[in-house]
Every structure is written in C-alpha cells, then in structure tokens.
Design a protein around this ligand. Sequence first.
Ligand code: KIV
Ligand code: NA
Length: 271
Amino acid sequence: RKKVTINTLRTMHANRIPIAMMTAHDFPSGLAADQAHMDMILIGDSLAMVGLGMEDMLHHCRAVSRAVKSAFTVGDLPMGSYEISPEHAVHSSIQMVQDGRVEAVKLEGGAEMSSTIARITSVGIPVLGHIGLTPQRSHALGGFRVQGKTASSASKLLTDALALQAAGCFGMVLEAVPAPVAALISSKLKIPTIGIGAGNGCGGQVLVQIDMLGNFPEGRFMPKFVKRYENIFEKSKQAMEQYRDEVKNRSYPAAEHTYPITAQELKDFEA
Ligand code: KIV
Ligand code: NA
C-alpha cells in the first residue's frame, strides 16, 4: 500500500472519500491499525486518560511510528505542552516530529488557539485541530459531555471550526457533537472534520482502538458513540487462563515447543 501523505488526505477529501482514523498506543496496536489500512493513525493521549506528559507521549509515538508503514501519523500534544505560549507549542511540536517521528500534531481548543496553530504550521508541521468535547479541558466542561447542543454553543463551535481552518489546520476532530450540527459545520469547511460521536456527516471518523476492540472489562463505562467490534478483553483473558492452567498441570510446553538434542550428545552431557 502506498504511503498516505497530507496530499493523499486532501485528494481523498476532495473526492468525498471518508478518512478512516484509529488510535494506536504501542508497536503491536500500530502494526494492526496500519495493516488494517487506516488512513491516519493517532497516538492519542487517551492512552492514559490524558494523564501523560511530553516525555511519555514521545515514547509512545516512537513505538507506534516504528510499526507504521503507510498511514499518516499524528501525535497528540499532551496537556501542558502547547498552551503556555506559541513558542512552547512550536518547541513541543518539533520534538513530536523529530523525536516522536510522527508526521503531524493534534491539539485541543478553538479560536483562542489560532496564533499557536499558525506558528506551528509556519515551521512546516501539519496541525489537526480538536473541538467539541475536549478531554484535556473536561473540568471546565463539567465532565465528559456532549457539546453544541444549544444554538449558541453550536454557533460557537462553527466559529471555532472556521478559525481553526483559517489558522491553517489540515483537518479537525469533532468530538461528541449532535450529528446535524457536525454535518452543518463540516459542510461549511474546505478541510475534513474527523468525527467521534459526531455522526456520519463528517469528512472521516476516528475511534479509540481499545474501545472499538472491546479491550476492557465488562461493565466499564463507554460513551454512547463507541461501537464494540470485538470482545478482545474476554478473549485475551481466556487465552491467559488456559496458559496458566497448562503451566500448572505441565501440559505446556509440549514436545513441539522444545528444542531437540541428539541421544549421543545427551549421553555425553550426562556423563
Ligand atoms: O486521545 C485520543 O485518543 C483522542 C481521540 C479520541 C480523538 O484525542
Ligand atoms: Na486526545
């Protein structure tokens, strides 16, 4: 498969082909997402519920980037790495590309981030915006709640989306926004919106890999927009239980999992 570049994404969007994006957090999850032909792979700070700092994120970005051959990779700027000043944000973004080996960065926020986005794009680093439910700002939002449910907050979202486009974003994540609001915002933009809990009127979709694979125990809270395509947690647990039992009853390792030695060599060794 050909390498997906920012130009591929632009062409896709111009031809109204939805962009498929998925998060990855480590080498195996990056490999799986890339081999499943994702257009974009996000190393999202959802990997520790926005709890990680810059050094942690760089570590995860490096692991994923090593695995990814074709998808366009985006590193999530963690909280504290881009809000203080545009200069700090440029510094963090350069680290993401140079040390994290990603191709673009993502940051949260609306019109107030315009000058920061413009600075980062001015040094040649593509920026993906993120508005609607912005997890790093959840305390100010009063929790993980749907955004843009009133006319005034929907208008604010549209203003922010237009500002992000004007500042130079190549696209933006729209999280937890009513579908008709997301569709209207998407129709007013030239750049693609990447929806998560924002309906199918967006330019693409993103899901958190752990969530869509069902790699979490039964009963854990999941947002309404998560579709669980598999039940990986149960399957992993069952496989590990079987391994544990086979260790305990000595049925693992079996002969086929061991290395042979000739009878003569063994005899000489034992002598
Ligand atoms: O951290 C993350 O995984 C994200 C996506 C949900 C967009 O920001
Ligand atoms: Na994130």
